[in-house]
Ligand binder design. Structure first.
Ligand SMILES: Cc1cc2nc3c(=O)[nH]c(=O)nc-3n(C[C@H](O)[C@H](O)[C@H](O)COP(=O)(O)OP(=O)(O)OC[C@H]3O[C@@H](n4cnc5c(N)ncnc54)[C@H](O)[C@@H]3O)c2cc1C
Length: 329
């Protein structure tokens, strides 16, 4: 049996933090985020009571769904002290992993969108743009960025001849190059590690801010174009990577270590956030809202829901002692 959520930060993070942030990850495209894999919780409330919500069953109709209220609440409503997770049987068959290269992220995003609606059901569809590949090559001493502008790392469990044929057909249709498929376990582990090393590679030696928008899949490719245009317009180098299969992109903007954040970075973030909301995406897919993004609550949630969030916070934490100023402002 296994617990499915697989955040890139798995070696660095804890299950409490994963629940508090509703962490997603590389296999969310098939198995969902943390919220889809938590059945029950014990939570210590601000007044000291310990409550149990949810349980061990896959279904429960009694009461409101407080389990899902606490998952993703970023420690602002209670302290999670026990977690009952869903375990899944390990799928039969040999998993297949692969890499495919594209001219740019827009073509990659179109391929990902087509794969997602094809019935192939990949377990992983991770994207890295040209800037990220250059950083990774530097970090890993590889040469992936030599001949392409975007890289897709994918995994399929329990494949059939038919699903593999459909996948290959779609990769060809969207002009993927140098496609590599492997069932070799060490090579698969190396590809997963390559994906995990993406952030340290980009962050190395520079100041950075990494964002976390999630788009409806139909807007993933246009968003890639838009982020590229914002970078050009403001003279910024934007690294784009992320969980493309979920429509979740992590644009990272960097600037020199000893310098303050340039104003152009703020402008870029504002433009990307506004476009995300205009296209019915979310500004925060999985990395929490925290203190940096909660000024966008009203824009993302709307005034009525924003007010309701404050009422829930006031009910559960009337003295504001649990992670003050995080998540809601
Ligand atoms: C290299 C890297 C890769 C990443 N990849 C991903 C990814 O793929 N997907 C993803 O979703 N995120 C990712 N992240 C972001 C982050 O690691 C995750 O969101 C992770 O879930 C945070 O867990 P943590 O244990 O580090 O929590 P912390 O940072 O320690 O805590 C996060 C918040 O949760 C609260 N909290 C922690 N424990 C509890 C508890 N028991 N009860 C109540 N509140 C609690 C804390 O107070 C804090 O507000 C990545 C980060 C890095 C650095």
């Amino acid at each position: 049996m296994f617990y499915a959520p697989d955040p890139g930060s798995k070696p660095l993070s804890g299950i409490g933090g994963n629940v508090a942030t509703n962490a997603g990850g590389m296999s969310t495209v098939k198995y969902g985020a943390t919220k889809d894999n938590v059945l029950g919780l014990k939570v210590v409330l601000a007044d000291g009571r310990e409550i149990k919500v949810g349980g061990r069953t896959l279904k429960q109709a009694f009461g409101y769904n407080l389990t899902q209220l606490f998952v993703g609440s970023e420690g602002t409503l209670g302290i999670v002290t026990e977690i009952t997770v869903k375990l899944l049987p390990i799928p039969l068959g040999t998993p297949i992993m692969g890499v495919a290269f594209f001219d740019d992220m827009t073509k990659l995003a179109k391929a990902v969108t087509a794969i997602r609606i094809s019935g192939v059901y990949p377990t992983m569809l991770e994207a890295l743009d040209g800037n990220t590949m250059v950083a990774l090559d530097h970090y890993e001493h590889t040469t992936y960025s030599d001949n392409s502008g975007a890289m897709l790392i994918f995994k399929i469990e329990s494949s059939t001849d038919e699903s593999m044929a459909v996948l290959k057909e779609l990769l060809q249709k969207y002009e993927a190059q140098n496609v590599e498929l492997t069932t070799d376990a060490p090579r698969q582990a190396a590809l997963e590690q390559l994906r995990r090393d993406m952030l340290p590679a980009v962050f190395a030696g520079q100041n950075h801010i990494m964002e976390d928008m999630a788009m409806p899949l139909s807007k993933l490719a246009p968003m890639m174009d838009y982020i590229h245009d914002v970078g050009e317009q403001l003279g910024l180098k934007i690294y784009v990577a992320g969980h493309a299969g979920d429509g979740n992109v992590h644009p990272t903007i960097v600037w020199p270590k000893d310098e303050a954040m340039p104003e152009a970075v703020n402008q870029a973030l504002r433009l990307m956030f506004e476009k995300t909301l205009a296209w019915e995406g979310t500004i925060s897919g999985e990395h929490a809202v925290g203190m940096l993004k909660n000024q966008w609550n009203n824009a993302e949630l709307g005034p009525d829901v924003d007010q309701l969030q404050h009422q829930i916070k006031a009910l559960l934490d009337p003295m504001g002692i649990l992670n003050p100023k995080r998540k809601i402002n």
